[in-house]
Design a protein around this ligand. Structure first.
Ligand code: SF4
Length: 457
């Protein structure tokens, strides 16, 4: 549930359960921001809410199951539930499982979900509410924020139904994105996580339309965006940490690597490769599927040796042979990626991949998953071990309470770690003055397969 804000007598309260990916979290933030501007308060628990919104994820069957469970819990605890988000496209399934939901709206139907809240919990007409300027609602900690640059996607990957759920690529205006980033930084954000379905395609739909930003013409293009974000100031002339997520390796991605070397952009790229075998990638219909990726990774590391590459892979895609899978393992050995997430292929209702021949038995998927994890964990362990003895910047996420010896521990992340998906840096002997969002220098003393351990210097 979301956190609470100051309330005014008779003010209607909305509870929010937000499921799914960072993109869905940004949708939840937008809905709550809009509702707050309409005079609603946020309820931190089910009991205090006049109505509960459940923002669902409908991507995998397991996510749908989780969404249905969350709706069930909200109905049991509160009874007045409005469903929105990706699974909202399947209103019949939701109503079949939970006939008492008040309304069901789909992904991005901000107007519809706000209207449904107005209908089922009409806002009280307080005299001041609309006059009080309020910052946007954020569901992430103050020091990092997701920055969504576009909706939808122009591709048609065989395993994905996002284009059906969220439509074609629709990029936001560059000046609107930069204004939002500037506001977030002014409000204490130290780290911006740029998200979309396909970040490298930003602006393709608007022909990279230029806008005036601080006296300069800036295009709706990933490179311009990265350069401008790197010119924001989080204090002392320091740029925020800026991470690019969901970047497909189109040729123009090469242009952002020098920005990392210059310190304008965090040396981190999240590229969802999904596979390496050309045959499997073709059958997955992946964008920017070209052979020279390994060579480009090498060039990127020459330009910016600190660059951390994160990726995700699917094993057990229909038709994946043992040879295809070995190709992937060999590719991973060569690519030496810093962070890898692996998934066993799972059919998604409505996806083209379901009709492909040669689906693999679960035990083969399981066995390949274990093998891919073994390789990527070994690579990750060696990569993290190589950081022992180095001093690196760490952004603090949490500061603990003193233990019986008065020692305070803190948890943070290096530039190679995005929140929620990557590892952490555990620090001992922290000062009680230390606050989340501080960027400190840490001496790394130890490591394991995923995390680092050290002290602040
Ligand atoms: S690029 Fe492919 S996987 Fe990503 S949203 Fe578009 S269709 Fe889905």
């Amino acid at each position: 549930m979301s956190t609470s804000t100051t309330s005014i007598p008779d003010q209607k309260k909305v509870g929010m359960v937000s499921l799914g990916c960072p993109k869905a979290l940004v949708d939840s933030e937008r809905i709550l921001t809009r509702l707050r501007a309409d005079g609603y308060a946020m309820s931190p628990d089910y009991a205090g809410a006049d109505v509960v919104l459940v923002n669902t994820c409908g991507f995998l069957d397991s996510a749908k199951e989780e969404s249905l469970q969350a709706i069930g819990e909200a109905i049991a605890e509160n009874g007045r539930v409005i469903v929105t988000g990706c699974m909202g496209e399947e209103a019949d399934a939701i109503r079949a499982a939970h006939p008492s939901v008040l309304a069901v709206t789909g992904a991005h139907q901000y107007e519809a979900v706000v209207e449904a809240v107005h209908e089922h919990a009409p806002p009280s007409q307080g005299p001041y509410i609309d006059l009080i300027p309020q910052p946007d609602v954020k569901l992430t900690p103050r020091h990092y924020s997701y920055l969504k640059i576009s909706e939808g996607c122009n591709h048609s990957c065989a395993f994905c139904i996002i284009p059906d759920l969220r439509g074609k690529l629709a990029s936001r205006r560059i000046d609107a994105v930069l204004r939002e980033a500037e506001k977030l930084v002014a409000a204490g954000t130290k780290e911006l996580l740029v998200i979309s379905q396909d970040t490298s395609a930003y602006g393709v739909d608007t022909r990279h339309e230029s806008r005036n930003w601080k006296g300069r013409e800036v295009r709706a293009h990933m490179t311009d965006l990265a350069r401008e974000l790197g010119q924001l100031d989080i204090g002392g002339g320091m740029p925020p940490w800026v991470r690019l997520h969901y970047v497909y390796p189109y040729p123009h991605v090469d242009a952002v690597i020098p920005l990392m070397a210059e310190g304008l952009l965090t040396p981190y790229l999240d590229i969802p490769f999904q596979h390496a075998s050309p045959k499997v990638l073709k059958s997955m219909k992946r964008p920017a599927n070209e052979a020279k990726v390994l060579e480009r990774l090498k060039n990127w590391r020459e330009i910016c040796p600190e660059i951390a590459i994160r990726s995700s892979f699917v094993v057990g895609f229909p038709g994946e042979t043992e040879d295809d899978f070995r190709y992937l393992l060999d590719w991973l050995e060569e690519a030496q990626l810093d962070r890898v997430g692996a998934f066993r292929f799972e059919p998604v209702e409505g996806a083209q991949a379901n009709a492909l021949p040669d689906p693999l038995p679960e035990e083969v998927k399981e066995e390949r998953f274990a093998r891919v994890m073994e390789v990527t964990e070994r690579i990750s362990t060696a990569k993290l071990e190589a950081k022992v003895g180095k001093t690196i910047p760490v952004i603090i996420d949490e500061v603990g309470a003193p233990d019986e010896d008065g020692d305070i521990g803190a948890t943070g992340r290096s530039q190679a770690d995005a929140p929620e998906i990557d590892g952490a840096v555990f620090l001992r002997d922290a000062s009680s003055e230390l606050k989340p969002g501080a960027i400190v220098s840490a001496l790394i003393e130890d490591s394991d397969a995923h995390d680092l351990f050290g002290t602040i210097v």
